[in-house]
Design a protein around this ligand. Sequence first.
Ligand code: HGY
Ligand code: MN
Ligand code: MN
Length: 396
Amino acid sequence: MTATSLLDAIAGVGRDTARGGYSRHGFDTVEMELREWFIAEAFDRGLEVETDRNGNIWAWWGTPGPDAVCTGSHLDSVPGGGAFDGPLGVACALEAVDLLRGQGFQPTRPVAIIVFAEEEGGRFGVPCLGSRLITGAIDPDKARRLTDSDGTTFADAVAKAGFDPARIGADPQALERIGVFVELHVEQGRDLEVPVGVATSILAHGRWRFSFTGEGNHAGTTLLTDRRDPMLPAAQLVLAARQAAASVQGSRATVGRLRPIPGGTNVIASTVDAWLDARSATDAETKAVVADVVARATEAAEAEGVRLTVTEESYGDTVWFDAQLAAQVSQWLGGVPALPTGAGHDAGILAAHVPTAMLFVRNPTGISHAPAEHAEPADCEEGARALATTLAKLAG
Ligand code: HGY
Ligand code: MN
Ligand code: MN
């Protein structure tokens, strides 16, 4: 079955008719439907399926064991996201197993496809939550207390999905099973001009929550001189993000999410929460951009008599993938180009623990985290074949 036909089978799952694209979030009913789809496809291939204590699904070709050759990605999306970010890596992994079986390939090492939980952090706010939990990169109590926009905690969500929230946390036994991890992913920029490439690095990046607290009041009866309007410093934050990033070569800073409370047209908000996503080539540059943004937002809040608290919600330093493995994979694939990415991935979390590589499939629109994200069927096939070649070389 081709990756494209596998993706076609889930094309109707989680469409967001209000915002466009797909909204598929960790352990919500949509993502649970996608999990069932994946588990059924794995069973159809005779793969042994298990879900670990952190809600990551493992589909084994061969006896689960140490030193496995692992691939996979995620099924959740950002709000209003594209069809390929995550699912393409899962679909190509399933097709790669089909291709290798069709060639009569017999792995000499266990092979596993892993579907990681809540990679986008679209529901609970922390990206790569499943891989961060396995590797101990997030405190399980902090994870249990994470809440979605309805106030549901991660603990409640995993319990509802059938897992024991008391057991989430570092899982060295699971991690030890991974001998090498190769994630295939749709390219999310404009840098790949051939069907397949390999990754070199991921920008340092993180997320910070800015909470502005002013005084709720009437939009019509409150004089300007009597206001403590949190929307004003929040607006300054949006501009400050762009100005701070523009001053550091190659940096990006974004405020894509603002939440005024109560959010009435004729109401001065009492509080505004805003989230900053900042990314740079190095740790120092990212921290400098964030410090600049905080200084500008603090000045704007003080000028309006508004209180500001800033909370770091996630952060990861620059990721350098295993250079020898990347060069080896590129050579196996006939010398495909190597390129950096500004996007985070579960492979980026695992890279600190196991040899890790990423394969990218060309995205002609260069757009991601939006409905225009795209990969041509022919390029998806090239990607699946490239993944099959890589898995065969590693597990042969
Ligand atoms: O935000 C990211 O870079 C990734 O898509 N989680
Ligand atoms: Mn993404
Ligand atoms: Mn992704």
